[in-house]
Design a protein around this ligand. Structure first.
Ligand SMILES: Nc1ncnc2c1ncn2[C@@H]1O[C@H](COP(=O)(O)OP(=O)(O)O)[C@@H](O)[C@H]1O
Ligand SMILES: [Mg+2]
Length: 364
């Protein structure tokens, strides 16, 4: 696979643009495919060329760069340019020329990500906008249910900050391999490296676990992106356990996913949180991929039919409240697959293994 990152430059100063172009071209792993002098040229070039990255002055990139990685460049650091960079969704900010090596490193990491082999997995992201709604519960039980249906399943910790999977799956007291073990490999990550840190769960699925709290700062977003990409090349189904916070990385995970499971509990704050998340995520165009899972459903003022009224769609499944769930999860164990909870997850797994269009039909 081509491991050269395709880059568009959008820098007003001709002189700086040329210097950046030489720096990237000399690396042999990045190719400048176009330069743009203003926002209109940039929008057109992004649309036509679908680059991996755009290196731009913040002001020029204000309109956004689609799915490309935006790296902001300025000849001096000012509050205004930092603000503009954040507003445009930049994933890095570099002062030229002082931070040229950091910029180059970032572009080379993107080049390495292009080496990721062909995806074969259905990638399912599990998200809950309201803390405690059951993101971790749903992700772990979905992985169990997928494995029971005979598909190879890899559950990936995309929330390394809290790494709840480690506790929920009973690995907290064990000496296990984690994503942090991949840090020394750097840009050369392969499927074999990812296989090497895969931890087997007794329910028949693999897990890529988060690391110790002290190591989380060293786990960069680019590493996780590469890991998700490699995971998708090595299993039938990847379940991505994504953080509540809609960070750049969370959004990337959602963008990459074939299916997004939004977990709701039957309370006002959960409905409100999910509505806000959908509003914030609207520009990502996830609508066709999102399915709702109602979790912890007991008798409550809000009912599953309110889900249809508020969100305009049926939940994919309703997982009942299970009095044993908290204790089991606290002890790192999963609810048995044959109980009421288990059956709900079996249905969910079935839906995830269908094409999105079929599943939507079943749900409507
Ligand atoms: N269906 C359920 N019935 C009863 N308790 C549940 C259920 N799902 C999750 N829980 C419990 O609710 C708490 C929050 O779930 P968790 O998956 O950790 O939420 P999140 O990851 O969204 O913060 C946990 O203690 C968990 O055991
Ligand atoms: Mg959690």
């Amino acid at each position: 696979m081509d491991d050269v990152a395709r880059v568009i430059l959008a820098i007003g100063s001709q002189e700086v643009a040329e210097e950046v172009l030489h720096l990237l071209d000399r690396s042999g792993r990045a190719r400048v495919v176009a330069t743009a002098a203003d926002d209109r040229q940039l929008a057109e070039a992004v649309r036509q060329l679908e680059p991996d990255a755009v290196v731009a002055e913040p002001a020029i990139a204000a309109a956004g760069v689609g799915s490309a990685t935006l790296l902001a460049l300025a000849t001096r650091e000012s509050v205004a340019s930092l603000r503009a960079a954040i507003g445009a969704g930049a994933q890095g900010f570099y002062v030229w020329p002082q931070e040229r090596q950091a910029l180059l490193g970032r572009v080379l990491a993107l080049a390495a990500a292009r080496r990721v082999p062909e995806r074969r997995a259905t990638v399912v992201a599990v998200h809950a906008a309201r803390g405690g709604a059951g993101c971790t519960f749903v992700a772990t039980h979905l992985a169990q249910a997928v494995a029971r249906r005979g598909r190879s399943c890899l559950l990936v910790e995309c929330d390394p900050l809290f790494a709840d999977l480690t506790q929920a799956l009973g690995f907290a007291d064990q000496e296990v391999r984690t994503i942090a073990d991949l840090i020394p490999v750097g840009d050369e990550l392969t499927v074999e490296h990812v296989d090497g840190i895969r931890v087997h769960h007794d329910s028949g699925f693999g897990v890529l676990l988060g690391c110790e709290a002290a190591q989380t700062d060293a786990v960069e977003d680019d590493l996780l992106r590469t890991v998700v990409g490699l995971a998708a090349a090595s299993a039938d189904v990847v379940v991505a356990h994504v953080p509540r916070h809609l960070s750049v990385l969370t959004r990337w995970c959602l963008d990459q996913s074939d299916r997004v499971v939004e977990v709701l509990s039957l309370d006002v704050l959960s409905f409100r949180a999910a509505s806000r998340a959908f509003e914030i995520l609207a520009p990502h165009g996830l609508d066709d991929r999102v399915g709702l899972v109602v979790n912890r459903a007991a008798r409550s003022e809000i009912t599953a039919s309110d889900v249809r009224r508020v969100f305009g769609r049926e939940p994919l499944v309703v997982v009942p409240f299970d009095g044993a769930a908290v204790r089991l999860q606290d002890h790192g164990r999963l609810s048995p697959p044959r109980g009421r909870v288990g059956r709900a997850f079996d249905r969910l797994a079935g839906t995830m293994l269908q094409a999105p269009a079929e599943a939507a039909e079943v749900a409507s």
